[in-house]
Design a protein. Structure first.
Ligand SMILES: Nc1ncnc2c1ncn2[C@@H]1O[C@H](COP(=O)(O)OP(=O)(O)OP(=O)(O)O)[C@@H](O)[C@H]1O
Ligand SMILES: [Mg+2]
Length: 144
């Protein structure tokens, strides 16, 4: 496993650009955990990943409110946000794991709410505030 890589961005646009750049490393079947503070930039990062994969836009999952599906790019991207999930097994009862363990890339905000899921993620990206418009973004796992 390569050493974690630490980035610092000084604007939301730079965080999107980082997502765009790192998306080139993502492979089908990857599960990307996004963890860290509220307002850390996780959703902005996902926007950049979608752009980097060449996604044409997103649709809401027909079954799950916590899943947005980005299609038309190099790989399908499933954006999942667990912020409002209650118990861990809700996720599995609901059947969301068909996306998470599918052939596309899943990117999961607040993946640490479900420890067994976090342990299954191929890349873990941790966001923290480093000033009003600065964020520290640590990337562990993946291509390196
Ligand atoms: N360097 C930066 N990178 C990303 N966002 C930044 C940065 N500086 C300021 N911001 C602001 O911080 C906020 C980040 O919001 P975002 O929704 O991406 O966070 P989040 O981690 O998804 O939060 P939540 O945990 O609530 O889902 C936005 O309002 C954005 O404009
Ligand atoms: Mg968010």
């Amino acid at each position: 496993m390569p050493e974690p890589r630490v980035y610092r961005t000084d604007s939301p646009e730079k965080t999107e650009e980082l997502g765009e750049k790192l998306s080139r490393e993502f492979k089908g079947g990857d599960r990307i955990a996004l963890v860290g503070e509220l307002g850390g930039g996780k959703t902005r990062f996902v926007r950049g990943v979608a752009r980097g994969l060449g996604s044409k836009g997103f649709i809401k999952s027909p079954s799950f409110t916590i899943v947005n599906i980005y299609e038309g790019g190099r790989l399908p991207l499933y954006h999942i946000d667990l912020y409002r999930i209650g118990r861990a097994d809700e996720l599995f009862e609901a059947g969301v794991e068909e996306y998470i363990y599918g052939k596309g890339v899943s990117i999961i905000e607040w993946a640490d709410k479900v420890p067994s899921l976090l342990a299954d993620c191929t890349v873990v990206i941790r966001f923290s505030h480093a000033g009003e418009t600065a964020r520290e973004i640590e990337v562990a796992g993946g291509a390196g």
